[in-house]
Design a protein around this ligand. Structure first.
Ligand SMILES: Nc1ncnc2c1ncn2[C@@H]1O[C@H](COP(=O)(O)OP(=O)(O)OP(=O)(O)O)[C@@H](O)[C@H]1O
Length: 245
């Protein structure tokens, strides 16, 4: 794609690296320092969990990594491409071609079936998988003709996962993907994310307030007051089914 090279973002490399990322939100006379000098390295193909108190900067970082927002200071690379140097059009192209987003509320179009919701993405993506394959990956092929209102919350979120993975993104960014779900359905959604990671090699970043989910991560970043206060590496990440909620 355009000027965003994927060199260095392949297996064994770094999906993202950042030095001194800062973000200041200005509203009138008020300034909020949401990120205060974040350095990070996210290896390709890992599952990363971001934990930390409300307001500590997790969503701000996720939005910057996904090209939805820009930092006010510091540098961010995707593989060998410096995202912080891209113009708006190239940043949009990076986001469209490489990033899948999953949010707490599923944002499905109510008047479209599960398959049609996924097709919204596969119709415009560069190298998508068939919508049916994406639904099969999250275990919902038999519900392809159901409308969102005919699906449970967990099933709707799995359709959202299918929609996000159908374009074969290199990275899936998930902001509280199980925040609205009970433990059984939440675990099913986490299994869908783990499956995308395993079968497609997708790097997965998950923001959560549920510390139990950290058990499935290769790496955990603990945020405090706009900084990464601690990084933990799991030698043996757990299966989602083994997570205690
Ligand atoms: N668009 C914005 N304008 C002004 N301030 C903002 C904006 N977005 C976030 N903030 C502020 O930046 C800080 C970090 O917010 P952020 O959403 O990144 O935290 P978080 O760790 O994701 O929190 P939560 O767990 O509650 O989602 C907070 O003080 C928040 O109020």
């Amino acid at each position: 794609m355009g000027r965003v090279s994927t060199a260095g973002a392949g297996a064994g490399g770094l999906a993202f690296s950042a030095e001194g990322l800062g973000k200041v939100y200005k509203t009138g006379d008020t300034e909020v320092r949401a990120l205060r000098g974040v350095d990070l390295a996210i290896p390709t193909g890992e599952i990363l969990v971001l934990l930390g108190p409300s307001g500590s900067g997790k969503s701000t970082l996720l939005n910057i990594i996904g090209g939805l927002d820009r930092p006010t200071s510091g540098k961010l690379h995707y593989g060998e491409t410096e995202l912080t140097c891209l113009n708006d059009a190239d940043l949009t192209r990076f986001r469209r071609d490489h990033v899948g987003f999953i949010f707490q509320f599923y944002n499905l179009i109510p008047s479209l079936t599960a398959e049609e919701n996924v097709r919204l993405v596969t119709d415009i993506a560069v190298d998508p998988m068939p919508a049916a394959d994406a639904l099969a990956l999250v275990g919902l092929l038999d519900r392809r003709d159901h409308y969102p209102a005919q699906l449970s919350g967990g099933e709707q979120q799995r359709v959202a996962v299918a929609r996000a993975i159908a374009k074969r993104p290199s990275v899936l960014l998930c902001d509280e993907p199980t925040g609205a779900l009970d433990s059984a359905t939440g675990i099913r959604v986490l299994e869908a994310l783990a499956q995308a990671n395993r079968e497609l090699g997708t790097t997965v970043v998950i923001i959560t307030h549920n510390a139990g989910i950290a058990a499935m991560a290769d790496r955990v970043f603990r945020f405090l007051d706009g900084r990464i206060a601690r990084i933990e590496v799991n030698a043996q990440p757990a299966q989602p089914s083994a997570i205690s909620w």
